[in-house]
Design a protein around this ligand. Structure first.
Ligand code: SF4
Length: 139
């Protein structure tokens, strides 16, 4: 439940993909931002609840800037958020970040490789940069 939020909060909504490792990476990266990088400035929105009609989640995404983090170009988090609450502030797609040194290692959804975890950290840094941009607009 979202109540009495301070004025300056950024919402992060991660896709809930279980069918590919990139979905898992998107969730881990989101948690890293929420718990370690920007714990004071971010909240998450549960995508399944949001899509199921969660009133507070939809109201939050209407009133606060929201970053969508999607595992792949199906863009479930971005599309769902924009369909029910309006335009998002930023969109990050893990598969667009998985070339070169960030190539995924294991391809397994059950056990992430060191490379997958490094990618999650890299995605978390990208999310954090987007959070910083939004926060800077408020300063
Ligand atoms: S964006 Fe891709 S990985 Fe995420 S839930 Fe949708 S299909 Fe699955």
């Amino acid at each position: 439940m979202i109540v009495n939020l301070p004025e300056r909060k950024v919402g992060i909504v991660s896709c809930s993909g279980e069918g590919c490792v990139e979905g898992t990476v998107s969730r881990i990266a989101t948690r890293l931002v929420l718990e370690k990088i920007h714990p004071e400035n971010t909240v998450t929105i549960c995508l399944p609840l949001f899509l199921a009609g969660g009133k507070e989640e939809r109201a939050f995404a209407k009133d606060y800037p929201t970053i969508a983090v999607d595992g792949c170009d199906k863009l479930c988090a971005k599309t769902g958020t924009e369909r029910h609450s309006g335009k998002i502030a930023s969109s990050i797609v893990v598969t667009e970040l998985t070339s070169g040194p960030n190539r995924l290692g294991s391809g397994s959804r059950r056990k992430l490789s060191d490379e997958d975890l490094a990618l999650a950290e890299s995605v978390a840094e990208k999310i954090a940069q987007e959070v910083d941009k939004i926060l800077n607009r408020w300063r």
